[in-house]
Design a protein around this ligand. Structure first.
Ligand code: IPD
Ligand code: CA
Length: 335
């Protein structure tokens, strides 16, 4: 009778409709803020407040859009829990707070640095989580007018009409990571420590990009490396099939909740960024939302070249990535 713990199919469908409209309305507010900077009414000035560092920032747009989303949800679903980036950042705790109860996990503005530079890769990200699983995702990037959405059992969509991925059943390259577009983020941890996360990330980017003979024979020779500055949009483009692989450590549940829902509903695989000791045989665990460590592989079809099922080929790509990347350290309580 229920497809998702405590929520009937009909209720989930209603929540989905509400979430899509909320994403559109919130995105429109974001775009108004952006447009005001080059319109006659605006003076091009904006106030940027630093949180943890000069690359971890917040603007009035982040604050106002979060307040708008929070109040709309509280009005419509007063029993649901709400977790938003800006309210969370103001608290002292960095614990993972999502439990089994229905929870909205929201980033009002993902890609704030992009937004302040008017680089179009910014969006609102709304995830709805039940039983710890992201079951609805809505991402709206107003500058590019791209709305990504999904609801468990109802497919993943671009602008509500185009099913994701754009090309259905496209096999993954037989010699992946060659032939793959890899998406990564530099992130906000900029500590210049020889064995810190920043150095480990760059080391991993190098191995994934280098020629096959390079890096002691581990060079991944990926087709391209992209860094959009929005973890949410990285995942949206994985669901679309435009990115084959997304590897990232350091972002938070509001950056990924909606994107994970959409990638999974489109048929993609999401697991941990950190390679296990035995990259060859270790089980491929489901992603943990609060882990801050993410590896996503795009939706795929069976692979005629290798005889693999879609899932087998995705798992092969996971292991090929794990062979080439470093372990990252983003440990945190409760995740
Ligand atoms: C950030 C972006 C960025 C990622 C950071 C996130 P914000 O979110 O998604 O791509 O590397 O880890 O915190 O601050 O723009 O909402
Ligand atoms: Ca944000």
């Amino acid at each position: 009778m229920t497809s998702v713990q405590h929520i009937s199919d009909d209720e989930l469908a209603e929540i989905y409709t509400f979430a899509v409209q909320l994403g559109k309305d919130a995105g429109a507010i974001l775009m108004n803020f952006a447009r005001a900077r080059w319109s006659d009414q605006g003076d091009g000035e904006q106030v940027i407040t630093e949180k943890d560092s000069s690359v971890d920032i917040v603007t009035k747009a982040d604050e106002d859009v979060e307040a708008f989303i929070k109040s709309a949800i509280e009005k419509k679903y007063p029993t649901h829990k709400f977790l938003g980036e800006e309210s969370y950042s103001k608290g002292a705790s960095r614990d993972y707070l999502i439990g089994a109860e229905p929870t909205w996990c929201v980033d009002p503005l993902d890609g704030t640095v992009n937004y302040t530079h008017l680089f179009p890769m910014f969006c609102v990200s709304i995830g709805f989580i039940v039983g710890g699983q992201a079951v609805i995702g809505v991402i709206y990037a107003p500058f590019t007018a791209q709305l990504f959405s999904s609801c468990r059992g109802r497919g993943a969509w671009l602008n509500e009409t185009q099913r994701l991925p754009l090309i259905q059943n496209q096999p993954l390259p037989p010699n992946a990571p060659q032939g793959c577009v890899l998406s990564v983020e530099w992130g906000k941890d900029r500590k210049d420590k020889a064995d810190g996360n920043l150095h480990r990330k760059v080391d991993s980017f190098l191995t994934m990009a280098a020629e096959p003979a390079g890096r002691c024979g581990r060079g991944g020779m990926v087709h391209g490396v992209r860094s959009l500055g929005s973890a949410t949009l990285d995942l949206a483009y994985v669901a679309m099939g435009a990115f084959d692989i997304w590897w990232e450590g350091g972002c938070w549940e509001w950056d990924v909740a909606a994107g994970i829902a959409i990638v999974q509903e489109a048929g993609g695989l999401v697991t941990t960024a950190n390679p296990p000791e035995d990259t060859h045989d270790a089980p491929i665990e489901d992603v943990r939302l609060g882990s801050r460590l993410y590896l996503a592989i795009r939706p795929a079809g069976p692979s005629p070249a290798t005889g693999e099922s879609a899932r087998q080929s995705q798992e092969r790509v996971v292991r090929e990535v794990w062979r080439r990347v470093r372990h990252l350290d983003y440990s945190r309580p409760g995740a």
